[in-house]
Design a protein around this ligand. Structure first.
Ligand code: FES
Length: 106
């Protein structure tokens, strides 16, 4: 099962086994990882699953689609490496993915 490393803003790290086909957001919520809220349940309608994806993983995660880009405008402290983690579906190729959480989601 792919492992995803979630790093909180304060540096606290959580390494979680996330089943393929599951979103990065759901993997965090299922394991009560602090820092990812996922208020809308993954419908790309809240922006509270905001993460930063390091450069080396971006070819694998892809770039945000139009809907995601629109919702990202409402997220806190958006950067070029921002993604909504509900829109990143875990595959075997994403084993070892690292995501960083912003200071807050609201
Ligand atoms: S969970 Fe709401 S936008 Fe990702």
């Amino acid at each position: 099962m792919p492992k995803v490393t979630y790093i909180e803003h304060n540096g606290t790290t959580h390494v979680i086994d996330v089943p393929t086909g599951t979103s990065v957001m759901q993997g965090a919520v299922n394991h009560l990882v602090p820092g990812i809220e996922g208020d809308c349940g993954g419908l790309c309608a809240c922006g509270t699953c905001h993460v930063y994806v390091p450069e080396q993983f971006r070819p694998l995660t892809g770039e945000p689609g139009e809907l995601e880009q629109g919702m990202l405008q409402f997220a806190f402290d958006v950067r070029d490496d921002s993604r909504l983690s509900c829109q990143i579906i875990v595959t075997d190729a994403l084993d070892g993915l690292v995501v960083h959480m912003p200071k807050r989601q609201y």
